[in-house]
Unconditional design. Structure first.
Length: 437
């Protein structure tokens, strides 16, 4: 079924999400989501920080090393090349799949290389391969986001965001719980080698997937090399205006800040609370991921039923308030019930917010420049929290985990003020990723 034919189908509500699973692109997006989610924790988040803490690194160093994955925040800088040109060596696959194949292979290679590093002796090699892996992972994410927007009509975006998120969450389970279980019983080297091998699954999906049809405007318009960089940004501000466009970028950048600022410290916090790597895997990366999947589907249904704008408010408040649930762990160290309670709140609202934000950002994207504009929005959605996370270890060491979680929840205030200003200025068509205006 082509994107055009799919456009005549309704994707609203729960029935729409079930229908989305039956579309030809749904399984492809599920596997692509798996490929995007698998390396993230291993390269840029909790699994890596848990590994570093496990071999004896201090919290300050862990926070600084996490900045090596900054390519995930800057992918909009080279996304114009992804929008305009196929990758030369694999151009026969088409503009989207050519970049996907190369980035997925490079992610697998970087994970294999990370398996061979010894961070307890010298972190130099580890940092270098984190840089390579984050560049490849960020490129993969940019192409998958563009592929999702281009392969389906606007009315399907909220539903397909949920199917993509399902795959992404499965990837997080494997890259989080799977890697931690293997590390607990076999060590970190086998753990990372197994993760590298699993990247062959999205590689196979890329080889078998269909290339989405390019927009006529993209095919016919002759854009020189420099134009490939400035035209996506000019289009964004032309569609939204300078003032509104800047406020929208700031809003997206702050939307998930309360959750992201605590991300780097999550793994060390769990260990310092007295839990083993197996406990962390079971609660955080098995049970927690399933809670995230439930939140993602709830978000997809809620967006379809009530619209993006109102769900942005619910999601922002939920993400901030869920941080306070970690106070239960800080006040009850080593208690599994507190661990489950905190993970339930955090993952449910994070999954919900992820789908809401994807639907909102998809509505802001010009389909002539999908990779660049969506990459810009995604980068901004992670940039402030990433840099704050880089120094979060020093803040925790100077105060306490409880103080850290309390103040992180209060960072939602600027987001709510921006949403209030945007409320009457931005409208999003009927919930499923329509045009924002």
């Amino acid at each position: 079924m082509s994107a055009t034919n799919e456009g005549a189908v309704s994707y609203k509500g729960w029935s729409g999400i079930k229908r989305a699973f039956a579309t030809p692109s749904a399984f492809t997006l599920l596997v692509f989501g798996f490929g995007s989610g698998l390396p993230f924790l291993l390269i840029a988040s909790m699994t890596l920080s848990t590994r570093l803490r496990d071999v004896g690194l201090d919290l300050g160093s862990i926070g600084l090393i996490s900045l090596a994955s900054f390519f995930y925040l800057l992918k909009f800088l080279w996304a114009p090349l992804i929008d305009r040109f196929p990758f030369p060596l694999t151009a026969f696959l088409g503009r989207r799949r050519s970049w996907l194949l190369v980035s997925q292979l490079l992610v697998g290679a970087s994970l294999a290389a990370l398996a061979l590093t010894r961070p307890e002796m010298d972190v130099t090699a580890l940092v270098c391969w984190v840089l390579v892996g984050s560049f490849a992972g960020a490129t993969q994410d940019s192409v998958v986001d563009a592929y999702r927007i281009e392969v389906a009509p606007a009315s399907a975006q909220a539903a397909l965001a949920a199917t993509y998120t399902l795959g992404y969450r499965f990837g997080l389970i494997v890259g989080g719980a799977g890697a931690l279980y293997i590390a607990e019983f076999q060590g970190w080297r086998p753990s990372y080698l197994w993760m590298a091998a699993l990247m062959l699954i999205p590689v196979a999906a890329t080889l078998l997937a269909r290339e989405p049809e390019a927009r006529a405007a993209t095919v016919e318009r002759r854009i020189d090399f420099l134009g490939a960089f400035w035209q996506p940004f000019a289009s964004y501000f032309r569609n939204n205006g300078v003032a509104l466009g800047l406020v929208l970028l700031l809003f997206v950048g702050l939307f998930k800040f309360p959750d992201q600022v605590i991300g780097v410290m999550a793994g060390p916090f769990y260990l310092d609370s007295g839990f083993s790597k197996a406990d962390i895997a079971t609660v955080s990366k098995v049970y927690g991921i399933w809670m995230g999947i439930a939140g993602a589907f709830l978000g997809g249904v809620a967006v379809a039923a009530f619209g993006v704008r109102r769900m942005l408010l619910v999601a922002a408040l939920g993400v901030a308030l869920s941080n306070l649930a970690f106070l239960l762990m800080a006040w009850n160290p080593g208690q599994l019930w507190a661990f489950y309670a905190a993970i339930s709140a955090d993952n449910l609202f994070l999954g919900f917010a992820g789908v809401v934000l994807i639907a909102f950002m998809s509505a802001l994207t010009d389909r002539n420049f999908t990779a660049t504009q969506f990459a810009l929005l995604v980068s901004l959605a992670n940039l402030p929290g990433k840099f704050a996370g880089g120094v979060s270890g020093y803040f925790v060491e100077a105060t306490s985990y409880a103080t850290f979680f309390t103040l992180s929840a209060l960072t939602v205030v600027p987001t709510l003020l921006l949403l209030a200003w945007l409320w009457g200025r931005v409208r999003v068509d009927d919930a499923a990723g329509g045009e924002a205006r």
